[in-house]
Design a protein around this ligand. Sequence first.
Ligand code: DON
Length: 308
Amino acid sequence: MPVQLDNHLLEEILAQVRPLIGQGQVADYIPALAEVQADKLGIAVCTVDGDLFTAGDAQERFSIQSISKVLSLVLAMGRYEEAEIWQRVGKEPSGQPFNSLVQLELEQGKPRNPFINAGALVVCDMLQTRLSAPRQRMLEVVRQLADQPDLAYDARIAKSEFEHSARNAAIAWLMKSFGNFDNDVITVLQNYFHYCALKMSCAELAKTFLFLANQGQTLQHDEPLITPQQTRQINALMVTSGMYDGAGEFAYRVGMPGKSGVGGGIIAIVPHEMSIAVWCPELDASGNSLAGTAALEILAKRIGRSIF
Ligand code: DON
């Protein structure tokens, strides 16, 4: 029998998953990311009625990393025709690590989907073409959606990413060699790293991504951010490609569209009802928050929700 959603339920769920801390691994391939305290644990749920429920470290900001790939796609959808986007990036799961180069070479520089690094870099390249200040624009959007005018990039993390950017630079240059990258590689990489280095809390993430549960409609604007159809499309891509190579496992256990980041954050969507954000920095073998996934699995069961 599904139970009522409230702060107490969220606290109970965090208590249940806290013993899992110690079983995963904090991302350390970017030195500044490895500095995070491994026992952080937070959850926030925002409903389409505007109610916000939180527990644990839900107000503490962390590096959202690849969760930002959803936001860059949203920005691109507002500036390009549908066909223009999908002729440059695919919609299929990759079955490869998020920073793989192998498939890109075999598939003539067209990334499998917008949520692997190659795909997000193409999207950032497209934003660079159509926006005069892509970094500033992203900040304006998240500040409005989260109702937090002080949201900012973590300059140290962005710098650390740039200092360890060989693989992403290789991906961008490989795409350029196939004619699928128009702008200066360094400029686009810098934007991409800043998007990854955006710092947000679970509460801010849940509020920001509510539009994906609400047919594209935000709580703050009269006009929707994206259309209901675009909302369905993004949720579909999150189901198939939002959780790296663990999308099948996540669909099986949690049953919601989700997008994770190597900072240990995950957003998940219950269409027409709520957006959920969890954070726990230790990752599983697929690169998804270990305790965060477990918390979502329990929450889905307790409130009786799944898209399947
Ligand atoms: O490009 C990187 O190395 C990371 N900043 C990517 C972030 C992430 O969460 C994994 N991505 N798909």
